[in-house]
Design a protein around this ligand. Structure first.
Ligand SMILES: Cc1ncc(COP(=O)(O)O)c(C=O)c1O
Length: 484
């Protein structure tokens, strides 16, 4: 039977018909732009470079070496075949004990062995994506809400809200204090929610922060712990970027902060983790819920049936992460590579006067392009973003897609490409800024002259062509086109 699409839609659930996934955002649009014209050094050297993907591709050599030296770790190798049958038929939602032990061990190592994790509290999920949804299902009913400091990872709109019916209430942070999370900001957001009759069930923080690339200091974490204890709400800490910290200040886990805090009700504390960033394995879908609350552990474990990690992956990860020597050298090697890439990229940006929020972790920078905006509006930010995608051919993500209310900030990822591609992206940014400077200086002069003669002129593309030198390296500046 053939149905016209509107009728076909009427037969679907509200969820299927709705737009809750949140794919209509520049964050995802940028990925689509990349997908239709992806950069390749030989096949498509003028294509879009993907700088919107927080992937850690710098340390694969360590993992590949380990795999070569440990062929038995895979059940699909001659050396591992003996275990194939047992692993292939395994289907327990508790997970392989050796997997939970290895993950708990790894989580401790990532935190410098300053805190221990209990394997019995490790619950698996389909990436941190699945972990967030499961935690939301466990902690809140439809219509109830989580406080989330902005700017935040756009995927939270999907993970926390879409299928659960839970809401997000933003906690406004801004550049005046380097986006610091303060008690005042928390109280303001909480009160606003109360005024709107929205019940707050928890606070979700991401440490290190995506998109800011900063780590929370101990005092901020203590503030968050004190706040949620006073309000009797939950604290969910997404620590998915824990091992991407490559310089000082170092990473402090919420687990360290609450360890000796006798006033904290530990039943309120939950950690979301995954191997997608720290190990660079987003494809493996290894997500972890680590809750200090027994009821949450039990419920989440049952729910994990909807997003189990395959036993084949569990088996491989168990072998790899219980190799302490490998883990230690991987963590040191990965941090060194991230530090070198960060240094190289920020040096390139500094040469053309582009600043960023100083951070010590993450796979991205929170880049400050406020000076390139034609006006301080989110529309101007989007116009600049379109230029960067369409003309400069870089997929960076505008701050508004992270719900940042202050225009001009962009997240740019730096660890998902090789050195050569990185150099090309720096060159493109450099050319863009230099050409833009030349043209905007001329415009400013011209605008000044126009004002002087009291002429009410609007910049049209015709006029812009007029004021540009025939020798300008960019005949029609993309920035100018953005204003039209
Ligand atoms: C802060 C944060 N949490 C969760 C996720 C989702 O991670 P996963 O691939 O493990 O689902 C991401 C991915 O970018 C993220 O940045």
């Amino acid at each position: 039977m053939v149905l016209v699409s509107s009728n076909a839609n009427n037969l679907l659930s509200k969820l299927a018909k709705g737009n809750g996934h949140g794919e209509d955002s520049p964050y995802f649009d940028g990925w689509k732009a990349y997908d239709t014209d992806p950069f390749h050094p030989i096949m498509n050297p003028r294509g879009v470079i993907q700088m919107g993907l927080a992937e850690n591709q710098l340390s694969f050599e360590f993992v590949e070496d380990w795999i070569k030296n440990n062929p038995q770790a895979s059940i699909c190798s001659v050396e591992g075949l003996d275990e194939f049958k047992d692993i292939a038929i395994f289907q327990d939602y508790h997970g392989l004990p050796e997997f939970r032990n290895a993950v708990a061990n790894f989580m401790g190592k990532v935190r410098g062995d300053r805190v221990k994790f209990d394997p019995d509290r490790v619950v698996m999920s389909g990436g941190a994506t699945g972990a967030h949804e499961t935690v939301a299902f466990c902690l809140a009913d439809p219509g109830e809400a989580f406080l989330v400091p902005v700017p935040y990872y756009p995927g939270f709109d999907r993970d926390l809200r879409w299928r659960t019916g839970v809401k997000i209430v933003p906690v406004v942070c801004n550049s005046s204090n380097n986006f610091k999370l303060t008690r005042e900001a928390l109280e303001t957001a909480y009160e606003k929610a109360q005024e709107s009759n929205i019940k707050i069930k928890g606070l979700l923080i991401t440490n290190p922060s995506n998109p800011l690339g900063i780590v929370y200091d101990r005092q901020t974490l203590e503030t968050a712990v004190a706040f949620i204890n006073q309000k009797k709400i939950h604290l969910v800490c997404d620590e998915i970027y824990a091992a991407t910290v490559f310089t000082e200040p170092g990473f402090i886990s919420i687990s360290e902060v609450i360890e000796n805090d006798t006033k904290c009700d530990k039943n309120l504390i939950h950690v979301v983790y995954s191997l997608s960033k720290d190990m660079g394995f987003p494809g493996f879908r290894v997500g972890i819920i680590y809750s200090y609350n027994d009821a949450v552990v039990n419920c989440a474990r049952k729910m994990s049936s909807f997003g189990l990690v395959s036993s084949q992956t569990q088996h491989l990860i168990a072998s790899m992460l219980s190799d302490d020597e490998f883990v230690e050298s991987f963590l040191v090697g990965s941090a060194k590579k991230l530090a070198a890439r960060h240094r190289n990229f920020t040096r390139g940006l500094a040469q053309v006067g582009i600043g960023y929020l100083r951070g010590s972790g993450g796979l991205f920078l929170w880049m400050d392009l406020r000076h390139l905006l034609t006006e301080k509006t989110l529309e101007a930010e989007m116009a600049l973003w379109r230029v960067i995608i369409n003309d400069v051919k870089l997929n960076v993500s505008p701050g508004s897609s992270f719900h940042c209310s202050e225009p001009g900030w962009f997240r740019v990822c730096f660890a998902n490409m090789d050195d050569n591609t990185m150099e090309i992206s720096i060159t493109r940014i450099r050319n863009f800024v230099l050409q833009n400077k030349e043209v905007t200086t001329k415009i400013k002069k011209q605008k000044f002259c126009w004002r002087q003669s009291s002429l009410e002129l609007r910049l049209s593309s015709r006029r812009l062509e007029d004021i540009m030198s025939p020798h300008s390296p960019l005949p029609q500046s993309p920035m100018l086109r953005a204003t039209t």
